[in-house]
Design a protein around this ligand. Structure first.
Ligand SMILES: Cc1ncc(COP(=O)(O)O)c(C=O)c1O
Length: 427
């Protein structure tokens, strides 16, 4: 059946989540398909930041660490993130960056494995994992005499898990393709092989239902600035299963992770549990912005929370894929995101052998904002046009217009104009 604009409008009319768009300050005319990279500005954030600056900082001064609850924000926001990813209260802190948090949990995981079985010194991951994860893993492997073993595809993972594997480190939803791992099954396979499992939830938290406890995972990290709408450079988060949380000191043993930071003792005593994963003074302004981002997801609770968001996200991505197939056929695009619901996150990625970057630039000029991810010539990965679909602020009519603009950009050859050929630092 051919999808029409009227079909999309009818879907919007029945959408119980449609009013949530008002929670964002979206520039008029923009179709924002990049919330998987940087969530848009929540309507509450600017006012909240102003109040934090003028009242809490300006008037409250240093008293606000206590009176405005600044000191406990990493934990209180961590609990709210935990509710989105199947973690218990007191198991998550919002802090630092995903890269830094990965360094902490990987170090702790290496120590955990070594204490149990010093022969296990192989860390398995995917070649297609997000590069920062691989760089951090590479650095730690070099430092601790481990081997980093990168498989070419998810299908190669079972064979790669062996008696010398200590850690399996994966990103739940692939940043390029949007393909999603079966977290419980993969975690169980890692455990059966005697390894611990670390998950990067950068493209999962706030995008798909995650159940870390249910999957019996070991460690997890993720971003605050993507689907959590915390703003550019928002604090990331870190979760450690309680069975590991107090087992080891993480290597960035700063005073905020001390059991009694204001005792100012010269020796380090780690705080019990997840608090030891804090390092130094937290960014209060960034945490205030993250607070507003989390509130946008919490506003969906009355409509069915993550279950309802996921239902709409799948419907949006299904619709967009169908529209691309129906309206953009014959232009060299290949949908590389899996069609099966259980195997994908909240984005649609299109591969094209040439022109992907320029096509994205031409779309951006038409106010349809997606992004471009370069391919990997060595492993034959194509260039990708990436489109994130966030059910909090996108509707079905947006998917129709996005596909239509894509069709026009391709049909007219508009993307070949010189102005779209220049590549900026951030793609
Ligand atoms: C899967 C994944 N992990 C980590 C990061 C980077 O995290 P950060 O820059 O916060 O260290 C990203 C950024 O896009 C990502 O997609």
């Amino acid at each position: 059946m051919t999808l029409t604009l009227e079909d999309c409008r009818a879907l919007d009319k029945q959408d119980p989540l449609a009013p949530l768009r008002r929670l964002f300050r979206m520039p008029p005319g923009v179709i924002y398909l990049d919330g998987n990279s940087l969530g848009p500005l929540p309507a509450a954030t600017a006012g909240r930041l102003q109040a934090v600056v003028e009242q809490e900082w300006g008037v409250g001064l240093i008293r606000s660490w206590n009176s405005a609850g600044w000191f406990m924000q990493p934990q209180s926001q961590g609990d709210r993130i935990g509710a989105l990813i199947g973690a218990g209260a007191g198991e998550v802190v919002a802090t630092d960056t995903t890269s830094v948090n990965l360094f902490k949990v990987l170090s702790a995981a290496m120590a955990t494995v070594q204490a149990r079985d010093p022969k296990r010194r192989r860390l398995v991951s995917e070649r297609s994992n997000f590069p920062t994860d691989l760089y951090i893993a590479q650095a730690l492997c070099e430092q601790h005499g481990w081997t980093l073993d990168l498989v070419k595809s998810a299908a190669d993972l079972p064979a790669a898990l062996g008696a010398d594997t200590g850690i399996l480190m994966l990103t739940h939803v692939n940043y390029r393709t949007g393909a999603m791992h079966d977290m419980p099954a993969v975690t169980a396979a890692a455990h059966a092989a005697g390894a611990v499992c670390i998950w990067d939830l950068a493209h999962s938290a706030g995008a798909v239902p995650v159940d870390l406890r249910g999957a019996n995972a070991d460690y997890a990290v993720g971003c605050g600035y993507k689907y959590l709408n915390g703003g550019p450079g928002a604090p990331a988060f870190v979760w450690v299963h309680p069975r590991h949380a107090s087992a080891f000191k993480q290597p960035l043993a700063g005073w905020w992770g001390h059991a009694a930071p204001f005792a100012f003792t010269p020796d380090y005593q780690p705080a019990p549990g997840i608090a030891r994963y804090l390092c130094g003074t937290q960014s209060v302004l960034a945490l205030a912005a993250l607070d507003c981002g989390l509130a946008t997801l919490e506003a969906a609770q009355v409509h069915g929370g993550m279950t309802a968001l996921r239902r709409k996200s799948l419907a949006l991505t299904d619709t967009f894929m169908t529209l691309v197939e129906q309206r953009c056929a014959g232009h060299g695009l290949e949908i590389v995101t899996p069609r099966a619901h259980a195997q994908r996150g909240s984005q649609v990625s299109l591969a094209r052998s040439s022109g992907a970057h320029a096509i994205v630039q031409a779309l951006i000029a038409r106010q349809v904002i997606g992004d471009f991810r370069a391919g990997d010539a060595a492993s034959g990965e194509p260039d990708i046009l990436r489109f994130g679909f966030t059910p909090l602020y996108l509707g079905f009519e947006d998917t129709w217009h996005a596909a239509n603009h894509l069709r026009e950009v391709l049909e007219t050859g508009e993307w070949q104009q010189a102005r779209f050929q220049q590549q900026h630092t951030v793609t």
